[in-house]
Design a protein around this ligand. Structure first.
Ligand SMILES: N[C@@H](CCC(=O)N[C@@H](CS)C(=O)NCC(=O)O)C(=O)O
Length: 222
């Protein structure tokens, strides 16, 4: 299977980690935002990453992709079957894709993507990144601080699920670009999310992102 996208996108990283947890081998074809690659465009009608191609089947949207992977891969599922657990997993997935991503996008785009990857500081709105971190991130992290399980616990049920993977993924972007370490102010969130990001399914991809970012920062642009 081919996965189009850059792992710097929390949506793409979510799919990569999910596939690794489910033992699905993906060939990751790195693309840029709005990439003109015809194969990517054919798989992603809205030109958003990620998109997946599996033989003659293609599908875009991270949630649609992980739902497909969970269905086709043998072994224990990461999206539960029971109505309440399944609904709750999708609620967390939506929380990650909207609330966490919404704030993270303003920080990561303006501090990393525009100035460093796109070499276009003119479109980087530093004030908006600061406002997102100062005014909006605390509300979301304070909510999580109240509801995350004890370290070693899971957001839904008694084992790892899509919920944990989806909510953990945007934290990598916060780590890449937050001006003050969020973990100091939200210790329960940190104690829950750190072990998830240390799992092999996340660790490899996070490490390669961190190394690439250090290189790009070292030379001032991509
Ligand atoms: N709901 C989609 C969102 C995907 C998305 O917004 N991806 C961003 C990158 S983080 C993108 O490709 N944006 C390009 C654009 O909006 O043109 C998903 O879960 O995959």
């Amino acid at each position: 299977m081919i996965l189009y996208g850059s792992s710097f996108s929390p949506f793409v990283r979510k799919v990569i980690a999910f596939a690794a947890e489910r033992g699905v081998a993906l060939e990751n074809k790195a693309i840029l935002l709005g990439d003109p690659d015809p194969a990517f465009r054919a798989a992603s009608p809205l030109a958003k990453m990620p998109a997946l191609v599996d033989g003659d089947f293609s599908i875009a949207d991270s949630t649609a992709i992980v739902t497909y992977l969970d269905g086709v891969a043998p072994g224990a599922k990461l999206i539960p079957e029971t109505p309440r657990e399944r609904a709750t997993v999708y609620w967390w997935d939506e929380f990650a894709d909207t609330e966490l991503f919404g704030v993270g996008r303003r920080m990561f785009f303006n501090r990393v993507v525009a100035p460093l990857f796109q070499r276009n500081p003119a479109i980087a709105d530093a004030a908006d990144a600061d406002a997102a971190e100062r005014d909006d991130l605390p509300r979301i992290l304070a909510y999580l601080e109240d509801v995350v399980p004890e370290p070693g616990g899971w957001l839904v049920g008694s084992s790892l699920s899509l919920a944990d993977i989806a909510v953990a993924s945007p934290f990598v972007n916060f780590d890449h670009c937050a001006s003050s370490p969020w973990a100091d102010a939200y210790p329960r969130v940190a104690a829950w999310v750190r072990p998830i990001l240390a799992r092999p399914s996340f660790a490899g991809v996070v490490d390669s992102e961190t190394r690439l970012l250090a290189k790009v920062r070292g030379r001032g642009a991509a």
